[in-house]
Design a protein around this ligand. Structure first.
Ligand code: URA
Length: 240
C-alpha cells in the first residue's frame, strides 16, 4: 500500500495532512526518514514505522480524542443538527468509529472516539470507576463548603417524578467567579447538571477536562482531534 494511504487510513490525518508530515521528515522506517508519499509499504514493514519517534499503529483499532465543540450532538449522524460524526475526516467515515459515552449538546471538551467496541463497552460500564473531571460555570450563590461535604459524602438525588438516586462520592473544587471543578467516578445521565441543580444553582457552561489521564493537547481547538499514542491507549485500558 502507498505510505500516505496507510497513514491516512490509520487515522493520522487526511491524505493532504499526512503528505505534509512526510514532507517535514516526521515519518521513519527503521530510523530512516521517508518523505515519498507514494513509498510502497508492506504489511510486515508497517510495525517498524514511526511518526515523531512513536510507533505507528496501522490497520488496528483507531482511538481519537476530540475537543467537542459547543452545539454538536454526540452522535455520528443526524438529519437536523450538527453532530460529532461531521467532524471526522472523510477517510475515517467508513471505519465504524463512534463516541464513547455522551456529552450534552452544549458541553465541550474531551470526547473519546473509537471503533474498539470492547473498550467502549468497558469504559461506559457502571463498573468503570476512573475519574472524569468537569469544569463548570454556574449561576446562583457561590458554592460553599456545605456542597463540598455533601458531594463528597455520596449524596442522593431527590428529583420530581424520579426515584431517589444514590451517587458515588464526588470531589468538588470551588474556584473563583462562579466556577468549580467536579470530579466524578461514574457517568449518570446529565449528572453534573443534576448535582448542581440539587443545590439550587444551575450550570451555565460545562467542559470536560479529563477522562482518567486523557486530556486535550495544548492549543487543541474545538472540533480538532488527535490520534491516541500507544501509551495513552494503554493507560485507558488499564483497569478498565
Ligand atoms: N454531566 C452533564 O450534566 N452533562 C454532560 O454533558 C456531562 C456530564
Amino acid at each position: 500500500m502507498r505510505l500516505d494511504k496507510l497513514l491516512a487510513n490509520s487515522g493520522y490525518g487526511t491524505r493532504t495532512e499526512v503528505k505534509e508530515m512526510l514532507r517535514q521528515g516526521r515519518v521513519c522506517l527503521r530510523g530512516e526518514v521517508i518523505r515519498d508519499p507514494g513509498f510502497s509499504i508492506s504489511e510486515e514493514q508497517a510495525p517498524d514505522l514511526t511518526l515523531d519517534g512513536q510507533n505507528i499503529r496501522a490497520g488496528q483499532y483507531l482511538y481519537f480524542c476530540l475537543n467537542k465543540p459547543d452545539g454538536y450532538l454526540t452522535a455520528m449522524t443526524d438529519d437536523r443538527l450538527p453532530c460529532v460524526g461531521d467532524l471526522l475526516p472523510s477517510n475515517l467515515k467508513t471505519k465504524k468509529i463512534s463516541p464513547v459515552g455522551r456529552l450534552d449538546f452544549h458541553t465541550t471538551g474531551v470526547l473519546l472516539l473509537t471503533n474498539d467496541g470492547e473498550l467502549s463497552h468497558r469504559l461506559t460500564s457502571p463498573k468503570w470507576h476512573r475519574e472524569k473531571a468537569y469544569l463548570v460555570t454556574y449561576s446562583g450563590d457561590e458554592l460553599t463548603e456545605k456542597e463540598k461535604v455533601l458531594f463528597a459524602s455520596g449524596m442522593t438525588l431527590h428529583e420530581k417524578d424520579h426515584a431517589p438516586e444514590k451517587l458515588k462520592p464526588a470531589e468538588l473544587q470551588i474556584l473563583p467567579d462562579h466556577t468549580c471543578r467536579l470530579i466524578l467516578t461514574e457517568g449518570k445521565t446529565h449528572q453534573v447538571k443534576r448535582m448542581i441543580a440539587s443545590t439550587g444553582r444551575s450550570v451555565e457552561t460545562l467542559h470536560r477536562e479529563r477522562i482518567g489521564t486523557l486530556t486535550l493537547k495544548d492549543g487543541q481547538q474545538p472540533g480538532e482531534m488527535y490520534a491516541l499514542s500507544d501509551e495513552e491507549i494503554r493507560l485507558l485500558k488499564e483497569d478498565s
